[in-house]
Design a protein around this ligand. Structure first.
Ligand code: BGC
Length: 255
């Protein structure tokens, strides 16, 4: 992760593809902030690669950026060298797709693609809540699913997929993601108990030095983080929902 950043590239376009929305903005890499307002387009249904590629082309085209501005995509699946390994929350036809190649065909721009939680983790590590944190840092995103990003002394261990740990006989994200809270109409208290069980298991496995909680629900952190009792400090993401966009853009500029 500590590769040399191209000092002349000050702008990259970041995109975060989610189960309900596709969000993107040009990112100022000096500050890790949006250079222009973010655009959000509902995820097409069915969310096939072709349909999503058309949305990406529209989204980026709306900004009229110079041709050499690269694109970084945060995608909600394990991504091995840009290729989707398996997919839980979008159309099944994504498995095996080379996402950077798809984006390059659709937009004519150089592209990189990484797992969405990994992108958010990079955003928080470079610009947010985990800046300059050494040791074992775990970022989890609580949204439609649970995403995880694991760093050791600032280096990413990609595709940890800790949202799919089997806990008490369940795929963990089916019980503890924010979508479970909404689906089951759980109180903050009841949801916090599920988070406690989830993070208790994760903490016993990995002994993180710092846990960062991201995803849209991180803006309500005061409702549930104080109810958690873990050994590691648990802090909300500073970039909130922007972390994936910012991290993906930052990685695109590295490449
Ligand atoms: C996927 C992960 C993703 C997470 C958050 C999970 O269902 O398997 O790859 O990071 O959802 O979107």
């Amino acid at each position: 992760m500590s590769g040399h950043r191209d000092q002349t590239t000050q702008l990259a376009f970041g995109i975060d593809i989610g189960g309900s929305g596709i969000k993107g903005a040009p990112v100022d890499l000096a500050t890790g902030t949006f250079a222009q307002d973010r655009t959000r387009i509902p995820t097409p249904a069915p969310s096939t690669p072709q349909a999503v590629a058309a949305v990406l082309a529209d989204l980026i085209g709306g900004y009229h950026l110079p041709d050499d501005v690269p694109v970084g995509v945060a995608f909600p699946a394990p991504m091995q060298h840009g290729v989707v390994r398996s997919i839980a929350n979008l159309d099944a036809s994504w498995t095996g797709v080379d996402l950077p190649a798809l984006v390059e065909r659709a937009t004519g721009r150089h592209a990189v693609a990484v797992n969405d939680a990994d992108a958010a983790g990079v955003g928080e590590l470079r610009y947010g809540a985990a800046r300059q944190s050494d040791g074992v840092v775990l970022l989890t995103t609580l949204g439609t699913g649970i995403g995880s990003a694991l760093f050791v002394d600032g280096r990413l261990v990609p595709n940890t997929e800790l949202g799919h740990l089997e806990i008490d006989g369940h795929d963990a994200e089916s019980r503890a993601a924010d979508s479970a809270r909404e689906r089951e109409n759980l109180s903050w208290d009841a949801w916090a108990q599920r988070l406690q069980r989830y993070f208790g298991v994760v903490e016993d496995l990995l002994s993180p030095d710092l846990i960062v909680i991201g995803g849209g629900v991180s803006k309500h952190h005061e409702k549930y983080l104080p109810l958690l009792h873990l050994r590691a400090p648990v802090v909300p993401a500073q970039l909130r929902n922007a972390a994936g966009i910012v991290g993906a853009a930052s990685l695109a500029a590295d490449a």
